[in-house]
Design a binder for this molecule. Structure first.
Ligand SMILES: [Zn+2]
Length: 387
């Protein structure tokens, strides 16, 4: 990976210095304090569910081993933080939306050298509180590494940092810990399909289903202020981009029909007629509305958007600013077109204000403060289904 890679002992020493800090972060952010963490005396591949940005600290609090993190190159591109994260922890970097082959080779290399590797196979944080897709490649990896595989699940993290926020709410996780330890022999005896079923079952959480019986309060720092970065369809009139924060962020209100939605301390929504009470319900309504519009030939555009090209190491170069348009065939901006048949699934970043997509051999990023760009991801999915 990096040309200046230091010895294993160097990274182990740095990790030993930071682990107490990770434990403190896990305690401060998630209310997790582990008295008796486990130590594995052999190489381990840890698979953990991903509910927010700092959940690696929670895994580090439970498992004492020095671990290498698998991260996307967005993390190491995050300015000074990314630079030092890269230098001190030597994470295994994978680029979202592209081939993960080099990342897989590097994971196997570190395990063979006796290291422990932490991977979040979902790769992305949930928008609705339910675990996201785990690709079959994860099960193939488990069989290829020929070492112990440990599954780790934390639940409740969704309410501490839902995907549209970039700050933490105050509250405690519902639970966290190792779910299962699979020996290399156990993994070898299972088919790839069965391994995949086990991983998916071990890591699955449904934050709202659990919260319905727990009723554990959280302190939502800015209420619903930022939820419109992802949820932009009014439950009342199905208007798009008509909601804005009201009541100092404690609610959102529709400028077209006046519908108002509030959220209680457990994260459930309340509005006239109780049309939606959870994010999962809201998302379902929203996706149905997007699709109904696409079917009618109504496509979205967005003003004041900046388009960047993305180079190696997530380097951004501004290409143009202006109106971004879309239709059933692709995206259009600055006199260029980006046809869907040359693209891979676009990815939402920064809660919905940024969208990364690749077209042909090039990668791009679209950005607009306070925009909700996920409708373009849904358009891509809808257009691809029709092929
Ligand atoms: Zn409305």
């Amino acid at each position: 990976m990096s040309g200046r890679r230091k010895s294993e002992a160097y990274y182990r020493r740095i990790y030993a210095v930071f682990r107490p800090i990770f434990r403190l972060v896990a305690w401060g952010a998630y209310g997790v304090w582990v008295r008796h963490p486990v130590t594995y005396g052999e190489p381990v591949l840890i698979l953990a569910n991903h509910t927010n940005d700092l959940d690696f600290t929670d895994v580090a609090a439970h498992i004492r081993n020095h671990m290498y993190f698998v991260t996307s190159d967005h993390v190491t591109a995050m300015g000074l933080f990314g630079k030092y994260f890269d230098r001190w922890f030597d994470p295994i970097k994978v680029t979202k939306g592209t081939s993960k082959a080099s990342g897989v080779m590097e994971i196997m290399r570190r395990l063979r050298r006796g290291g422990t590797v932490l991977l979040f196979p979902e790769g992305r944080i949930s928008h609705n509180g339910r675990s996201t897709y785990i690709a079959p490649a994860t099960a193939k990896l488990c069989k290829a590494v020929k070492c112990k595989v440990v599954t780790f699940r934390a639940s409740g993290g969704f309410f501490i940092e839902p995907r549209w926020q970039n700050y933490l709410n105050r509250g405690k996780l519902f639970s966290a810990g190792v779910v299962h330890e699979y020996s290399a022999e156990e993994i070898a005896a299972m088919s790839t399909e069965v391994v995949l079923e086990h991983i998916r079952a071990d890591l699955y959480v449904d934050a709202y289903a659990e919260q319905a019986s727990r009723r554990q309060p959280f302190k939502f720092r800015h209420g619903l202020r930022d939820i419109i970065r992802y949820y932009d369809v009014c439950p009342g009139c199905r208007g798009v981009d008509t909601l804005s924060p009201a009541g100092e962020g404690m609610s959102v209100k529709c400028s077209a029909c006046g519908y108002e939605l509030t959220m209680d301390s457990c994260g459930f929504f309340h509005g006239e007629g109780d049309i939606v009470s959870t994010c999962a319900g809201w998302e379902e309504l929203q996706l149905a509305e997007y699709r109904a519009r696409f079917e009618r030939g109504e496509f979205f555009s967005e003003d004041g958007v900046t388009l960047y090209s993305i180079g190696a190491g997530f380097e951004q170069t501004e290409l143009c600013r202006g109106e971004f348009r879309s239709d059933a065939e692709g995206f259009y901006m600055g006199g260029e077109s980006y046809p869907f048949h040359e693209m891979t699934l676009p990815e939402i970043l920064s809660g919905g204000r940024r969208m990364e997509f690749s077209c042909g051999k090039s990668s791009y990023m679209l950005a607009k403060e306070n925009a909700c760009l996920n409708k373009f991801v849904e358009l891509y999915k809808w257009a691809q289904e029709g092929r």
